[in-house]
Design a protein around this ligand. Sequence first.
Ligand SMILES: [Zn+2]
Length: 200
Amino acid sequence: MARSFAGLARNAEKKKASIAVSKEPLESPPLKIFTLGDQVLRKDARRVSKVDESTRDIIKNMLKSMYSAKGIGLAAPQVGIHEQILVIDLEIDNPTTPPLVLINPEIIASSATLDTYEEGCLSIPEVYMDVIRPSNIKLSYRDEMGRPKKMNADGLMARCIQHEIDHLNGVLFVDRVSNHESLGVALKEHGFNSKDVQSI
Ligand SMILES: [Zn+2]
């Protein structure tokens, strides 16, 4: 039997819409974001063996929580889910651009060129510090439909992906800050404790 084009279009629409959520902040976001000092942030995340509807439910709730906190990236361990799932959206003020979902992301190449850039984290609110990382990366991952993908990233996207992948390994950006004195001051100022930093 031939499939009608209308049917195909509906299917395509359904697939595209599978993780679509509004970028408007919610008064009570579905997931709590844990903060520095909570051991939940220090546990490794396990690989996702099958990407299914329950994975996409997690993704949608992560997106809602990220948008509500006005963040551009969120890793599942930050909401207490120890699975290798990241959501990123560098255009949170643009209601129509889709977010990037990275499942089981792996960096397969990093540039020798390094960049210094000021980072912040939803798990360490209001603390911003310089971190040095490779400028360009190449990675493999699965998307929200479980399809294997590869991508190159530079600039803010490369920065954000590396920051979020660190979360999957229990690493926080403050662990990578080399200026310990300024870090200590910034953490104290915002009610955090330097002893919760695990320098690497
Ligand atoms: Zn973070």
